[in-house]
Design a binder for this molecule. Sequence first.
Ligand SMILES: [Zn+2]
Length: 243
Amino acid sequence: MYNNLKKQHPGLALKERIWVAARASYRDIFAGLMESLKEFDEGAYSWLVNHTYPKEWIRSHFRTSVKCDILLNNLCESFNSTILDARQKPILDMLETIKFYLMVRMEKKREWIKKYTGEICPKILKKLEKNKLAANDCIPSHSKDGKFEVRCMYGDRYTVHLISRCCSCRKWGLNGIPCAHAIAAICDIGEEPEKFVHDCYSKEAYMRAYEPMISPMNAEQMWKNSDMPPELSPENIKLPGRP
Ligand SMILES: [Zn+2]
C-alpha cells in the first residue's frame, strides 16, 4: 500500500505518520492521527481515504475475535524465501521438496514442544514481561465486579473488564495478551497475569497445531502406475503487463 502511495507522496516523515496511524489500537486515537496527517499532507490523506480499507491496515479497525494484530506479511515472505529453491524446480520435484521440508519441520516442532516445560509459548511470555514493566506506570482502581479504571502516566486513562477480558485500549482484545492496564488490574486482585493470556498461546494449543503428520514417501520408481492419461501442462497465456 505504501509503495503505491509513495509514488505520488514520497518522504520519510509521511511514512512515519502512516505507521503511527496503522499501529493505533483504538478508533478515537486513530481519528486524531488521521486529522494531523491531513494537515501535514492533504493529498496523501485523500489517497488513503479513497484507495484503502481501514480494516485491512489499521489495528483500530481489526476484529478482536482473530487474536492477530500483525501489520506486515513477513510470515509469507519468510515462507516464500524458504521455498525459493523449490520454486525453480519442475512441479513434482517442487511439491516433493516443499512436502519434505514441512514433514521435517513439523516433527522438529513436535519434539521441541514436548521438551518445553512452560505453559505459555516463550515469545508470548516475553511480550507479557514487557507489558508487566509498563504496568508499573499504571494505577488501577476497582469499580465493581472486575471492572477497573486505570490511570497512567501522562494522563491516559482506560477501563478494564477482567471478566470479559478487554481493555478500552483494545490491545488485550486484539492479540489476547493482557496489556499494561489489564496487568495492573489483574495484580490488584492478587492474580497472575499469565492466567489471563488467551488459550491460543498455550502449550496444548501449540501441540494441537502441529499434531497432524505428513507421511514419508518412497522414491518415484516405487510409485504405482496410473492408467490415466498423463497430465498436460496448461496452455501458455500471455498476460498483460510485466511478465
Ligand atoms: Zn489496555
